[in-house]
Structure formats: C-alpha cells, structure tokens
Design a protein around this ligand. Structure first.
Ligand code: PLP
Length: 367
C-alpha cells in the first residue's frame, strides 16, 4: 500500500512499540501503587513527561496527559475564566468547533477570526475580533486539511495584552515543524501521539504554570487531578518515545517531506484543472490538499484505493454529495471545487517513487 494519509494517523514506529512492550507485559502495576512495580510504572510516566516537554520546549510540570487531541481541545475549554465571549479561527478542527458551539448554546458569545483564500487569518478580522472583550481564544497552529500554518505567536502576544486566555491546537504541527510552547506565548497547547508515529488514544495538554482548569471528570488525583483515572502507561511511554525520536529527527524529516511535497506539487502543476489549496509556503512540509475541476473526489479516492493508494479528502464530508468542507468554505473556495478535494499527507517513510506512482495513477484516471 502507498499510504498518503499521515494527517489522519501515522503508523506506529517500531522503536516506539519496543519502548511500549514492557508496559503491556511485565510492568502492568498501577502507577499509583507504592510497591516497587508501581514505582517503575510511575517513573516511566515521568520520563515520558520529560520527553514530551522537551519536544515542545517546556518543562515536565506543564504536561497533562490525556486520551488525545480531541480531549486536549475539550479540556482547554474548561478554564473557569470562560464566562461570556470566546473566539476561534474559522478553520479549527471539529473537536474545537463543536465544544465551542455547545458553549454558544449555553449563552456564550462566539466570534470567528476569518481567513483569506490562502487559509491565513485576515488581519482586519483579527483586529476587529481582538478588540472585543474576549475571555478565551483558540487559533490552531497548522490546519489538518490544508496544512496552512498560522502565526500564532504574534496573535497570542496581542491577545495576551488584552488579558485573553490563548489556546492553540498543535496536533498537526507537532513533529513536522518546530513547536515551542514558550515561543508561541499561548497558555494552552494541544498535542496528540498518533500523529507523530506514537500510539492512538494518547495526547497531552500543555498548561501554563498557575493557570486553573476545571477537570471534565472527577474521581482521582492523577495528572494533578485535572485528568483523573488510571494512566494508560504503555501509551504514555509510547508518546514519550515518539516525542524523543521526533525531536532527534525533526530536521531530517522536515527536509525529506518538503522534497517530496515539492515533487508532488511540480507534478500537479502539469495536471489540467488541479488547484492546490492554501498558502504556497506557510504550509506543513507534508500536506498538499488540492481540487480538480470537474472531478468527483470520492470516486477518485475509490479508484486510487483499488490501486493500493490510501488518500483522503481531508474532511469527512468534503467529497461526494455532502456539503463542502467547512475549512475550504471558510477559504471561499467554490463549493464544486471544494467537493473534489483530495488531501495527500506524506510521512517520513514515503519515497519519491511513491509520489511518482501516485502522479502516474492520477494522470491515468483523468484521461
Ligand atoms: N486537532 C487536529 C488539528 C487534528 O487533526 C486532530 C485529528 O485529526 C485532532 C485535533 C484530534 O486528535 P485525536 O485524534 O488525537 O483525538
């Protein structure tokens, strides 16, 4: 199989599996137990906390382990400071937009930072919204569909000066570009393990020192009581290992991915009717989402699947008869073109030959 859907999930790195195995077999003790076996599990969690903290340039005390990006984004919204008005960017993942819609139904005003046709937040919209009395704002670092990267540090700086609590979803950026919690100047940052060759069902919320969060569940003191429940030790260890490897290989992965992306994009330039979405440069090195005038995106995905190529549209409802992707709609892409969207999200083990094979199959399908 040619796997081109790394923004959906990545394969588990063998080195990560190796690190996890002892905690699925030998070291099964509860990390809260006081005896030796429990202490081994506890210290493995704390080592993983250091590894995750190092990847995002923060300290271990700031890392709260969760079940993934979805939970981290939901948990970020549990700041007691949220009282009457929040703002989010127009291209957030549904695990941010949907809990925010729930706040809206409960009477909280919700504002949007609009984006331009390249997917970047519009300066005028940012200025207008940031002048309002906001309690909380969320701006994702990199978009899962288009890969567009926002200048979060600049926005966070302004919002902070207005006493706004700032969150960023860095799930897609992690492991692909440098992510520094301190340089981004946000209060809260969401991460997920399975997008960086770690296990599914594990993530983290990085929380600025002193910031108060209401737990979503009650019933235990784990993760400082912010996220109670017996820890998923093996997954946390896997996240730590994946983070350490991602940090060591970041530059190498970035260069490899960018080279593949450029090869794919030059190939797409020769495909008639192909339009690449998002900013040409301010984009993740692994992501190319494009539309094809007059093509049924879902049909194309199915055709490529029969040839062993796994790609997606980037959004659950972007293709077929459904509504166009809200991200592409926010970027003012014509609905018919948006509905033809295909997203190629490359990974560290993809090759130039796979990119060429994809282009070859695509061209043949369009003949
Ligand atoms: N945020 C973004 C930008 C994502 O792309 C995803 C997953 O696709 C998530 C959050 C959710 O992460 P998880 O699958 O770990 O819950």
């Amino acid at each position: 199989m040619i796997y081109f859907d790394h923004n959906a999930t990545t394969p588990l790195d063998e080195r990560v599996l190796e690190a996890m195995m002892p905690f699925l077999t030998t070291f099964y003790a509860n990390p809260s137990a006081l005896y030796r076996a429990g202490r081994i599990a506890r210290s493995a969690i704390e080592a993983a906390r250091e590894q995750v903290a190092a990847l995002v340039d923060t300290t271990a005390a700031q890392v709260i382990f969760t079940s993934g990006g979805t939970e981290s984004n939901n948990l970020a919204l549990q700041v007691p400071a949220i009282k009457s008005r929040v703002a989010i960017s127009a291209t957030e993942h549904p695990c941010m937009t949907e809990p925010v819609m729930r706040l809206k139904h409960r009477g909280c005003a919700v504002e949007t930072f609009d984006v331009d046709t390249r997917g970047l937040i519009e300066q005028a919209s940012f200025e207008q919204v940031s002048r309002l009395p906001l309690d909380f704002a969320s701006i994702m670092l990199a978009n899962n569909e288009t890969g567009v990267i926002q200048d979060v540090a600049v926005y966070a700086d302004t919002l902070r000066s207005h006493n706004v609590i700032v969150h960023s979803d860095a799930v897609q950026a992690l492991g692909k570009i440098p992510v520094s919690f301190s340089k981004l100047k946000v209060h809260l940052l969401s991460l997920s393990a399975h997008k960086i060759y770690g296990p599914k069902g594990c993530g983290a919320l990085i929380v600025e020192k002193g910031l108060n969060l209401e737990p979503m569940q009650l019933g235990g003191g784990q993760e400082k009581g912010i996220r109670p429940g017996t820890e998923n030790v093996a997954a946390i260890v896997g996240f730590g290992a994946a983070a350490e490897i991602a940090k060591a290989e970041l530059d190498q992965r970035h260069d490899h991915l960018l080279k593949l992306r450029h090869r794919l994009e030059s190939g797409l330039k020769t495909v008639s009717g192909a339009v690449i979405f998002g900013h040409p440069d301010l984009r993740l090195p692994n992501t190319v989402q494009f539309g094809l005038y007059g093509v049924d995106g879902e049909m194309l995905q199915m055709q490529l699947d029969t040839k062993g190529i796994a790609i997606s549209s980037g959004s659950a409802c972007a293709s077929g008869g459904g509504k166009p992707s809200p991200v592409l709609t926010a970027m003012k892409i014509a609905p018919e073109l948006a509905k033809s969207a295909i997203r190629v999200s490359l990974g560290k083990d993809n090759t130039e030959a796979e990119v060429d094979e994809f282009l070859n199959r695509l061209t043949r399908f369009l003949l």
